[in-house]
Design a binder for this molecule. Structure first.
Ligand SMILES: Nc1ncnc2c1ncn2[C@@H]1O[C@H](COP(=O)(O)OP(=O)(O)OP(=O)(O)O)[C@@H](O)[C@H]1O
Ligand SMILES: [Mg+2]
Length: 231
């Protein structure tokens, strides 16, 4: 038996969008697996369905058919309420534009997943400040609002927010797509350092070939299916 633990599996995932009289078949039977501690890249041309796939994997949207297992749990069999709680506990999300709340400080933004999970504010503040100080190097920026942070720092806050609940899987959609080359490189270094230290698995959607090359595996999405490629 293999000792590699699978944390996320998608089987035969299909997704179409109907707009007006048109039906666009975006995903036509996607299969993928992600092992504990693994970082995989999903690449492919614009409009091919990468974000769609990431949303299905993170239970932000449902496939038309197929199966998704996260840590052995059949995600599609969960009720809506259970899915929200499951998502908050099991997944961290990092998007191209950080999606931080502008009126909240870095610390408060990172506390949000904890508060959603029902944690007491004092405990949420402790966890959020620890991760900002110890894991993403932003100890000097706790009280800054997003507009008072650089683009790279904002993405670090987004990474801290993704990690604060100690998720099993981090799903990232163009996490460095909006950063200059130096800030991108430093965000990528941070992701690898955190993976090595904390052991989360990552699915990273990217157009950045340097980032994709660094990943353990690269999956190319094209014509509705994925295949593993060497780049
Ligand atoms: N809610 C929606 N309703 C209708 N069509 C949609 C919807 N969301 C996405 N699409 C279509 O599905 C296709 C895939 O979109 P998706 O955002 O997944 O692409 P992508 O690979 O992430 O592209 P990019 O690299 O530009 O971010 C596109 O043709 C898009 O227009
Ligand atoms: Mg996209």
């Amino acid at each position: 038996m293999s000792d590699i633990q699978t944390v996320l599996e998608g089987h035969s995932l299909r997704k179409s969008y109907v707009s007006g009289s048109d039906t666009i078949e975006v995903l036509k039977g996607v299969d993928l697996t992600l092992a504990r501690g693994e970082i995989i890249a999903v690449v492919g041309p614009s409009g091919v369905g990468k974000s769609t796939l990431l949303h299905l994997l993170g239970a932000l949207d449902k496939p038309d058919s197929g199966e998704i297992y996260v840590d052995g749990v059949d995600v599609l069999s969960l009720s809506e309420d259970d899915i929200s709680a499951f998502r908050n506990k099991r997944f961290g999300f990092v998007f191209q534009f950080h999606h931080l709340l502008p009126e909240l400080t870095a610390l408060e933004n990172v506390m949000i997943p904890c508060i959603i999970a029902g944690m007491k504010p004092a405990q949420a503040e402790k966890l959020a400040s620890e991760i900002l100080i110890n894991n993403v190097g932003l100890g000097g920026r706790l009280e800054h609002r997003p507009r008072e942070l650089s683009g790279g720092e904002q993405q670090r806050v987004a990474v801290a927010r993704a990690l604060v609940m100690n998720p099993l899987v981090v799903l990232a959609d163009e996490p460095s797509g909006n950063l200059d080359p130096d800030s991108s490189k430093s965000l990528h270094d941070l992701i690898w350092e955190l993976r090595d230290r904390l052991g989360q698995s990552y699915v990273i959607v990217t157009h950045n070939l340097d980032l994709a090359r660094r990943c353990d595996r690269v999956l190319k999405l094209f014509d509705g299916v994925v295949e593993e490629v060497k780049i």
